[in-house]
Design a protein around this ligand. Structure first.
Ligand code: BGC
Length: 776
């Protein structure tokens, strides 16, 4: 049977768009009045001068309340009547969580037709890994090591979102995460600033296109600025302490890359960074972001994080919180119900504590993005067109191929994979995630068509048809001890909890099914609400009784393949010794089951690599490859007396159905001066029988300097496809960007005279080595 790429059913019928009489009447008087119904901005960007003139004339006409309105963003869960009122009075400049195109048009009409200056709303939403078509979660996309595929995924996400009237994605999430207890590790690109920066730029380009306002694209929002991924103990929202070496050399890197890629907005983080809450942190929002990096977009707070400044023990009350966030450089406040800005800024302006110019400066980039996005000229969406776009079959095909590219093969003893269809008469599919559509998608999905999602079981059915007998048993149930607040938002309907007798019998059924089959495919991991915001863990063990199920099923007599659905590395120590094949599929999205089936049966070949070090156990955390060499480095792997201190799988690791040989690491020169570029090349040969992908990776180590430097740092990578026995030369350039770092000793960015090691290979343990020197 051919894999089915289902398409989306048509959504609810469009509301009739009311006649646009009022705006047309005023059109002659105000050049910023919209003239078109269709939200598809111009294929070329407006000139800067025209944009700034338009902003100037708007600011001249706006009163204080209207300006403060532009700085306010409210959640609209369609339960708040007050929203319509706020929009009509110009007291809100942006709404989030509205996703129905007719409702967006209705609200936009309120803003455009009924406010004095006809300023459109900007609609924001968490478009994290797809809108209707769900792509693999961001950590998985990073595992593709394929920025072009990531750009394509976010381009499609942008197109779908824009078609319903969402102009702004609260993505990409650029928080470096080195502690997988933190649930939001699933939303980022892992532990490494170089890979994270490549993924940051790729996502910004995907969302925004060639310029802000490119047709069918949306504004990106880099988040959460900054340090959120370093939440102490991996506990979501807890404070972070980051010394400047980690901030500059690691945690801020991807944000700077996004600014360089032209990101138009940023979101401040929830947490205290070095005792100063990010939302009230002028050093972050002004000194780094605007003064050092020349960021010209606007900053929105995370949800309610301005009001929270009072809870942090930072501001004395909500009024002071609003003022301090504003003075720190925040432009827009995201809030439920009301904003602190609306309570504090009017009075502060009247008291002369903040100037009109400060307020204008805060409003300016918001108006600028609205203009550049084309919202003034084309504020409404074409509902019929959106239905068409949301059901585009090519989007589902792209999701399938992305999922195939993101999977990481962790183990394949005796080349059990790829499976041969004709070798098995009966296959057991076991595990609570094997046939769960929601758990195939991961967190941050609200507008997906759940019925269309292909589970692993369904994918295997499509692949095998009636050729093989396929049995299914969930074996165990898994659930959170404390519910997630998202359960309510998505109206999660959890099945009734099994009685102890049922639990026993379901486990026995699963084991019996496995025993009576020629092969077992175990699908384990975490349910989608176990990973994401508010989903931190104190353990990395397989949840519930999954480990018991795994150990009971994985008998040596029947071959077992373990497929993992999850958003963080888990404790799979036992499996890594006893289960011959392990495929990390992450949360693979709408087409996840088809992708997994293709990968297991060799119609696609795994080529993903880990964007994060995989620990053996939770006690090793935090663990990351780019640590420093310190005392007794020869014992680096034996820091604990009862367990190795090396990871289970290193950063950059992933197997293939083929094998590769790296050779001939060549440097253009062995000595350069600071500021010069060194060129490196390496030959990669596919030594196996199948056409497959390998990711060539380059790591460096500065042997001495004003500070110690990490043992290895990734400084280049390229994913390539090689036919059997094909050899390619991959080229890398190491210039100022790669060789400079922030020295805490010298309090500056430095490129220091030193000898550097350089390695090339297929993971962070690469062995092919050479050296070069930066001379004085
Ligand atoms: C999250 C943000 C998200 C916002 C809006 C917050 O709880 O931290 O990442 O963009 O909600 O949904």
């Amino acid at each position: 049977m051919k894999p089915i790429i289902a398409t989306q059913k048509a959504s609810a019928p469009a509301r009739k768009i009311p006649v646009f009489v009022i705006a047309l009447t005023f059109a002659l008087a105000f050049s910023f009045i919209p003239l078109s119904f269709s939200q598809n901005p111009s294929p070329t960007p407006p000139g800067d001068q025209a944009v700034h003139q338009r902003i100037d004339s708007l600011l001249k006409a706006m009163n204080l309340d209207e300006k403060i309105g532009q700085l306010s963003q409210l959640f609209d869960f369609r339960t708040e009547k007050a929203i319509d009122d706020a929009v009509t009075k110009g007291r809100v400049g942006s709404l989030l969580f509205v996703t129905d195109p007719s409702e967006i048009n209705r609200l936009q009409h309120l803003a455009v037709d009924q406010t004095r200056l006809h300023i459109p709303l900007i609609f924001g939403f968490d478009v994290i890994h797809g809108f209707r078509t769900i792509f693999p979660v961001p950590i998985a996309m990073a595992a593709s090591w394929d920025p072009a595929a990531v750009t394509q995924a976010q381009t499609i996400a942008a197109k779908e979102a824009r078609s319903v009237g969402i102009d702004w994605a609260f993505a990409p999430m650029l928080d470096i995460a080195r502690d997988p207890r933190w649930g939001r590790i699933v939303e980022g690109s892992g532990e490494d600033p170089y890979l994270g920066s490549a993924m940051a730029a790729a996502q910004v380009h995907g969302f925004q296109g060639d310029f802000i306002g490119s047709p069918d694209h949306i504004l990106a929002c880099m988040k959460h600025f900054a340090g959120y991924g370093a939440a102490i103990g991996g506990r979501d929202y807890d404070e972070a302490y980051l010394p400047e070496t980690l901030l500059y050399n690691v945690y801020l890197g991807p944000f700077h890359a996004a600014v360089k890629a032209g990101v138009g907005s940023a979101m401040s983080a929830y947490l205290d960074l070095n005792d100063v809450p990010a939302t009230g942190n002028r050093w972050l929002l002004q000194d780094v972001l605007r003064d050092q990096w020349k960021f010209a977009g606007f900053v929105v707070s995370d949800a309610n994080s301005v009001k929270s400044l009072a809870k942090h023990g930072f501001a004395k009350d909500v009024e002071e919180a609003g003022l301090r966030a504003f003075n720190a450089g925040l432009n827009m406040e995201m809030a439920i119900g009301f904003t602190a800005f609306s309570r504090s800024l009017p009075a502060a302006a009247q008291r002369g504590e903040i100037s009109e110019k400060q307020i204008d400066d805060a409003v300016r980039p918001i108006l600028e993005m609205k203009i550049r996005l084309g919202l003034f000229d084309h504020p409404y969406v074409d509902v019929a067109r959106s239905r068409q776009i949301l059901s585009t079959p090519e989007h589902r095909t792209a999701a399938l191929h992305t999922a195939e590219r993101t999977a990481v093969l962790l183990r394949n003893e005796g080349n059990l994979l790829p499976l041969n269809k004709s070798a098995y008469k009966k296959i057991a599919v076991v595990g609570p995630l094997a046939d769960s559509q929601l758990d195939t998608l991961g967190s941050w999905v609200f507008q997906e068509d759940l019925q269309e999602t292909v589970t692993v079981l369904a994918g295997l059915r499509y692949k095998l048809g009636s050729q093989v007998e396929l049995g299914y048993a969930p074996g165990v149930q898994i659930r959170r001890t404390f519910p997630s607040f998202f359960d309510e938002i998505i109206h999660l309907k959890a099945p009734p909890v099994w009685t102890p007798e049922q639990s026993k019998s379901e486990m026995s059924k699963a084991v019996a099914l496995a025993r009576s089959s020629d092969l077992t495919i175990l699908v384990l991991g975490e349910a989608q609400n176990m990973s994401g915001e508010g989903a931190s863990r104190e353990s990395l063990d397989l949840p519930g009784r999954e480990e018991q199920l795994l150990e009971a099923v994985a008998a040596p007599e029947t071959p077992v393949v373990l497929v993992l659905l999850n958003g963080r590395p888990l404790n799979i120590k036992w499996a890594a010794q006893h289960v011959p094949a392990i495929l990390e599929a992450w949360y693979p999205g709408t087409q996840g089951g088809n992708a997994v089936a293709n990968l297991l049966f060799g119609d696609a070949i795994p080529g993903g690599k880990l964007p994060i070090t995989w620990p053996r156990d939770v006690g090793q955390l935090p663990i990351y490859y780019a640590h420093n060499t310190t005392q007794s480095p020869e014992n680096q792997g034996k820091r604990y007396w009862e367990e190795e201190s090396t990871p289970l799988y290193p950063f950059g690791y992933g197997l293939s159905y083929s094998t590769f040989r790296f050779s001939n690491l060549k440097l253009g020169r062995t000595e350069i001066k600071p500021g010069e570029t060194i060129h490196a090349s390496v030959d990669v040969e596919n030594t196996g029988a199948a056409t497959a992908d390998e990711v060539a990776q380059i790591y460096i180590h500065q042997q001495s300097g004003s500070t110690s430097r990490p043992v290895r740092e990734l400084k280049g990578f390229e994913r390539i496809t090689l036919a059997s026995h094909e050899k390619k030369t991959v080229h890398f350039s190491l210039g100022n960007d790669e060789l400079t770092y922030w020295s805490t000793a010298r309090k500056d960015w430095v490129e220091e005279p030193a000898t550097f090691d350089i390695w090339a290979g297929g993971n962070s343990n690469a062995e092919l080595h050479s050296t070069f020197v930066i001379a004085k």
